[in-house]
Design a protein around this ligand. Structure first.
Ligand code: SF4
Ligand code: SF4
Length: 408
C-alpha cells in the first residue's frame, strides 16, 4: 500500500510528490500521458538571457530529482477505472496501456529513436520526464501498421522492446489520494475568425513551442522560412462565448509576454506585435512586461484582433479595432501565434464522480472529500500557471501529511 496516490502528474502532482517523498512518504503517480511531468515538458525555458520566471524548470527539475526514488511508483499511459473509498484506505483500479518499451530495462541511449524511420513513432523522453524511456506510438509505428519494421528492437542494447505488450490492470491501494488532473489547452480552431486549422501560418502557442523544440527556431509552416514579422494574439478561447470559455485562463498574459520576449531575444531582427484584451498578469510587478516596454522590436498594444485573412502569399492580414476611438488598424505578418487558454479536462468530471468530489458548472473541481482522504490540487480547481500549480501541489501535500498524522 502507498501512503498517497496522485492522479495527474503535472506541475501540481509533481510538487505534491516531491514534498511527500521528502517527508518520507511513499507515493504512486497515475497519469494518462506517456510521460509524467505535465505541460512543462512541452514548454521551453523563456530565459535566454536572464531568468524570466517562466517556471518551466520548476516541475521538470523536481521530476528529474525524484525519478530514481524507490518510494515512488509511476503509472504513465494510465487511467483510473473503479474506486472504492474504504474507512482506512482507498482502492483504485488502474488501467495501463502498453508502452512497448520497458523503462526498467531502458538506459535512454537514444539509439532506437535515431534509427526509427517514421517521424513521431518513437518519442524520446523530454528532459525531466518520468519514465526516462521512449514511448512507442502504435498508431504511427510501421510494425503495428502492416509493415515489417523492428529496427528499434534490433538496435536496442538492453532488449527493452516488447511488441507483444498488452494493457495491464493493477489495483493500487493508498491511504490518501490527491487529484491533480490539470487543464487541457483550448482548441483555437473553435475561434473561427482567426483561421487556425485552415490558414497554415496561424499557429497556437503550443505549436510554436513544439516547433522551437524540433527545429531550434520558429518557421513558417507554409514555406519553412523564419518569420520576421510576428503577431501574438492573446485571450484566444478565453473570455468568450464563441468557441471557448467565458472565464480568464489567468496564465496566458504572462506566458504570451514571455514568448514575445524570448522571440526578440533569440532573433533580434524579428518584429513582434503583441495584441491583448487587457493585461492580467496577477502580479504587482511583472518583470517580463517591464523589460518589453520601450523595446523597438516589440510592440505591446491593447485591442484584440477581430479578423485574420490570407494576403495571398502566405502572409496574414490582421484587422483590429483600437480601444478609445474605435478606429480600425490593419497589419501584415509572416506568422501569427495564438496564445490559448485552458479548460477543465473531461476526465476530471468522471474522476470526481468516482471519488465523491463536487464539480462546478464550468467543470472545475470545487470541493474535495477530505473525510475520506481525497484531496484536490492545482489547476483542476481553477486556472493556475505552473508556479502556482506547483506551489498548490506542495500546500496540498502538507494538508495530506497533517491528515495522515491525524489518522494515526
Ligand atoms: S518498429 Fe520501426 S517504425 Fe516502429 S518504432 Fe520501431 S523503428 Fe520505428
Ligand atoms: S535503444 Fe533501448 S536502451 Fe536505448 S533508448 Fe531505446 S529502448 Fe532505451
Amino acid at each position: 500500500m502507498k501512503d498517497v496516490l496522485i492522479i495527474g502528474g503535472g506541475s501540481a502532482g509533481i510538487g505534491a510528490a516531491e514534498t511527500l517523498l521528502a517527508m518520507g512518504k511513499s507515493v504512486a503517480i497515475v497519469d494518462s500521458a506517456p510521460f509524467v511531468g505535465g505541460v512543462a515538458l512541452e514548454l521551453s525555458c523563456k530565459g535566454d538571457v536572464e531568468c524570466t520566471r517562466c517556471h518551466v524548470c520548476m516541475p521538470r527539475d523536481a521530476a528529474s530529482r525524484m525519478r530514481s526514488s524507490e518510494a515512488m511508483e509511476v503509472y504513465p499511459l494510465s487511467t483510473v477505472g473503479s474506486a472504492t473509498l474504504g474507512t482506512k484506505d482507498i482502492a483504485l483500479e488502474v488501467r495501463m496501456s502498453p508502452r512497448f518499451v520497458d523503462p526498467k530495462k531502458c538506459i535512454a541511449c537514444g539509439k532506437c529513436v535515431a534509427i526509427c524511420p517514421v517521424k513521431g513513432a518513437l518519442i524520446p523522453p523530454p528532459f525531466g520526464a518520468i519514465p526516462n524511456a521512449p514511448y512507442l506510438d502504435k498508431e504511427l509505428c510501421k510494425h503495428f501498421q502492416g509493415g515489417k519494421c523492428d529496427l528499434c528492437a534490433n538496435i536496442c542494447p538492453t532488449q527493452a522492446f516488447n511488441f507483444g505488450a498488452r494493457e495491464k490492470v493493477v489495483r493500487v491501494r493508498a491511504r490518501a489520494v490527491i487529484v491533480s488532473t490539470g487543464l487541457d489547452p483550448i482548441d483555437p480552431s473553435g475561434v473561427l475568425h482567426y483561421g487556425y486549422g485552415h490558414l497554415r501560418n496561424v499557429i497556437s502557442s503550443l505549436d510554436a513551442e513544439r516547433m522551437v523544440a524540433e527545429y531550434g527556431e520558429l518557421r513558417r509552416p507554409s514555406d519553412g522560412q523564419r518569420p520576421k514579422r510576428i503577431a501574438i494574439i492573446q485571450c484566444v478561447g478565453s473570455r468568450t462565448t464563441k468557441g471557448g470559455v467565458e472565464y480568464c485562463s489567468k496564465f496566458c498574459c504572462k506566458y504570451g509576454v514571455r514568448i514575445a520576449r524570448s522571440i526578440v531575444e533569440r532573433w533580434p531582427d524579428t518584429q513582434v506585435d503583441f495584441f491583448y484584451m487587457d493585461l492580467r498578469t496577477f502580479e504587482p510587478r511583472f518583470e517580463a512586461l517591464e523589460w518589453a516596454v520601450g523595446k523597438k522590436n516589440i510592440n505591446i498594444s491593447q485591442g484584440v484582433a477581430g479578423i485574420v485573412q490570407d494576403s495571398g502569399n502566405g502572409n496574414l492580414k490582421v484587422r483590429r479595432t483600437l480601444p478609445g476611438d474605435a478606429s480600425i488598424e490593419e497589419g501584415e505578418y509572416d506568422l501569427i501565434i495564438l496564445t490559448v487558454g485552458g479548460q477543465p479536462r473531461p476526465e476530471s468530471k468522471v474522476l470526481a464522480s468516482k471519488l465523491s468530489l463536487q464539480v462546478d458548472p464550468l467543470g472545475f473541481i470545487s470541493k474535495d472529500n477530505r473525510k475520506k482522504g481525497v484531496f484536490v490540487a492545482g489547476s483542476c480547481k481553477s486556472p493556475m500557471d505552473i508556479e502556482e500549480s506547483f506551489a498548490d501541489g506542495k500546500a496540498t501535500a502538507f494538508a495530506v501529511l497533517e491528515w495522515l498524522g491525524a489518522m494515526r
